[in-house]
Design a protein around this ligand. Structure first.
Ligand code: GLN
Length: 425
């Protein structure tokens, strides 16, 4: 089938196996996940032509499970963005409405699934990059608990925040893919060794679901809020108890996220210097000139902006003022979740404040950053979060976000399955 939405950067026709839980099923893999023998660019011109010599752990697991990897998907360069317009290789279009963005940064993975080019897809979520495109394209996407899926072979953007996770049309398929990719890997020392072996049981009866007022604050489109409120009523009709709650730490969550992710990125992206990675320059030049040329001409604008921001935030004299403070704010977010999860089983709210933007609509970086306000808290705290479709506004999909306790991805999946069953009944 033709890729009319620029969902893929590379297509492949690996046949897949005849045995295993994903035998013969097509899986699209985000292009920041290493695939031996298949070019892996992270959506960046600086990695054009780079072919990894090894597979990411999740890719090894996909192959063992019989999956047919059918290509590498487009993304915001190194995962930096919420629309996939920051790709070095042109934007992906939203299959629901091609005048609109698919969300990001895993926009290619979401579009591939929504367009029926792949049954399943892997995305990565540092601050919402699985949930945002899932919401905008009308599919399901899970950000697992941090430490439950190996990051070995994932090209790093912001290590302490990001996780690989499953995307698909249904909660059942998300769960099936998650079962395959969560096997333990000693090569990722942040892994907690608690594989997900669950079969979804679509039930929320008896669960206490908190609804933070801050998730319906300023900037949230009232029509989106209405769809999500209706979805929460549906969960209540399924037997859940709905409890209004508050998350005051949301006030500084976005700032904490952007200081943390740019700081980590500035360090992680130092390796693209034209020597270790990236196109080699002339050899007989002072290294800093060659280094500056390669990075200046091959990184996109957003990536350069974030390297500068992160380098500044970490510089001597400013460290305490920015990075140190961001870590305090991050701890406050984690503390808020912990307090709430003392009495509440799940939290619910919108995934994104709006429906999919028109191409070019979020031109200034700050409004792009603001769009992440509802997704970054889960990454700052490491908790699991899913986006499941909950109706439409003007024909464009809306996502219901459900968040759970650390390592209770099972409860998140079950609640999403219960909602899905009720909504599609
Ligand atoms: N939009 C957020 C960012 O640009 C999240 C990206 C992601 O999760 N990779 O950092």
């Amino acid at each position: 089938m033709e890729d009319r939405y620029n969902a893929y950067l590379l297509r492949s026709d690996e046949p897949g196996g005849s045995m295993g839980p994903l035998a013969g099923r097509t899986v699209a893999v985000k292009d920041n996940i290493s695939t031996a023998g298949l070019e892996t660019t992270c959506g960046s011109r600086i990695l054009k032509g780079y072919v990894p010599p090894y597979d990411a752990h999740v890719v090894t697991l996909l192959r063992e499970a019989g999956a047919a990897i059918n290509g590498k998907t487009n993304m915001d360069e190194f995962g930096m963005g919420s629309t996939t317009e920051n790709s070095g290789f042109g934007p992906t279009l939203n299959p629901v409405d091609p005048t609109r963005v698919p969300g990001g940064s895993s926009g290619g993975s979401a579009a591939a699934v929504a367009a029926g080019l792949a049954e399943l897809a892997l995305g990565t979520d540092t601050g919402g990059s699985i949930r945002c495109p899932a919401a905008f394209c009308g599919i399901v996407g899970l950000k697992p608990t941090y430490g439950r899926v190996s990051r070995y072979g994932l090209v790093a953007y912001a290590n302490s925040l990001e996780t690989i996770g499953p995307m698909a049309r249904t909660v059942g398929d998300v769960s099936a893919l998650y079962r395959v990719i969560s096997r333990h890997d000693p090569r990722d020392t942040t892994m907690q060794g608690r594989p997900y072996e669950h079969d979804p049981a679509p039930t929320v009866a008896g669960r206490r679901i908190g609804v933070p007022a801050e998730f319906f604050g300023e900037g949230v489109d009232s029509r989106v809020a209405t769809r999500v409120e209706e979805a929460i009523e549906t969960l209540s009709a399924c037997g859940a108890t709905i409890v209004p709650v508050s998350m005051p730490s949301m006030a500084s969550a976005l700032a904490a996220y952007y200081v943390t992710c740019t700081s980590e990125a500035s360090s992680n992206l130092a390796r693209y210097d034209g020597v270790r990675y990236g196109p080699g320059g002339e050899t007989a030049r002072p290294w800093h000139e060659a280094f500056t040329d390669v990075r200046g001409s091959h990184f996109g604008e957003e990536v350069r902006r974030r390297i500068l921001l992160g380098t500044f935030a970490l510089s001597a004299g400013y460290y305490g003022k920015y990075y140190g403070k961001a870590q305090t704010a991050r701890a406050n977010v984690a503390a808020d979740f912990e307090r709430l999860f003392g009495t509440i089983d799940l939290l619910a709210g919108p995934t994104m404040p709006t429906v999919a933007y028109r191409l070019g609509e979020l031109a200034d970086p700050l409004s792009m950053y603001l769009a992440d306000i509802l997704t970054v808290p889960a990454n700052l705290a490491g908790v699991p979060a899913i986006s499941v479709p909950c109706g439409e506004v003007d024909g464009l999909p809306v996502g219901l976000q459900l968040m759970g306790r650390m390592f209770d991805d099972e409860a998140v999946i079950d609640a999403a399955a219960a909602y899905e069953a009720e909504a599609t009944a």
